[in-house]
Design a protein around this ligand. Sequence first.
Ligand code: ADP
Ligand code: MG
Length: 334
Amino acid sequence: MRPNSSLPGEFELIARYFAPLAKGFPGAFGLLDDAAVIAPPPGHELVAKTDAIVGGIHFLHDDPPDRIARKALRVNLSDLAAKGAVPRAYMLDIMLPGTVTEEWIAAFARGLAQDQDEYGVHLMGGDTDSTPGPAAIAIMAFGDVAAGRLIRRCGARAGDTLFVTGTIGDAALGLDVLRGALPDLDANAAGVLVDRYRLPRPRVALGPRLVGLASAALDVSDGLLADLGHLCEASGLAALVEAPRVPLSSAARAALAAGPARIATVLAGGDDYEILFTAAPKAMGKLAELSRTLEVPITAIGRMTPPAGDGAGVTVLDGSRKPLAFERGGWTHF
Ligand code: ADP
Ligand code: MG
């Protein structure tokens, strides 16, 4: 379908901007056929994940198109990484309003090209349509994992150590910066946090290396505590988090020093796109080695425990080992 009258026709757009992104992936047939073909290597399974973003909800209409494209792709790659899958290819459904220009599409495609280089994935197909509503972009990413080895949310055992990659809370604090809620922060720290919000860094290199080490995993998109709650529920366990061990960037530490109550944003805010996983304590040595070779921080933040009688999944302890409770939008002591 022709996106709108000011643009080249659909097939011209596909040939000009999207077909170059399919080069190097034979199953895409140059985006000149009706469908694409993808197969996992022998002994592997395909892993699939899709995520859609909508203008006005997940991004702003005047956000740079290359960043919109990269974020749309990266949130999918993050899910694959958390499952231990190596990403291979993706499909792109793009619905564009009449206000979109050819320059917008060119920049969008440049963003995808940049991330294809960074993550080793290819475009294998999609659909291009016009819409009377805001722009909407759906990406479906495919990866592979050794058969039966996908890292589920449900595999944690009581006594497992709880780990997280990178640092937590930067993106949520970055969103607060954009809302003007952190006026005390210096420009450098504010810039670091906003960047973490705008462009996730999915743990694509690390994820597949967790196969055989992690008993359960998921990526942190809803917020550390909410996502840990999901892992607890799937595994039928509870978890204990020691707040002082949650890894923070120096920018986040500065924000917390000026406003300790912001720990609520750090622990409950979203968009980190780090991997939260559990592993037997004896995996610690191998994880430390992985962390060194891949230069990805991996930090133990707590442990998995038998399910609590009161049904509480996640307990957070402060520096004096007193539980923190979520109350009226902030964290307070019991
Ligand atoms: P059909 O008419 O059968 O729906 P299309 O004309 O929509 O097929 O698409 C033609 C080819 O171009 C297909 O291979 C399709 O996967 C590809 N394609 C269309 N839009 C996109 C896009 N936004 N990104 C990548 N490939 C696309
Ligand atoms: Mg079509």
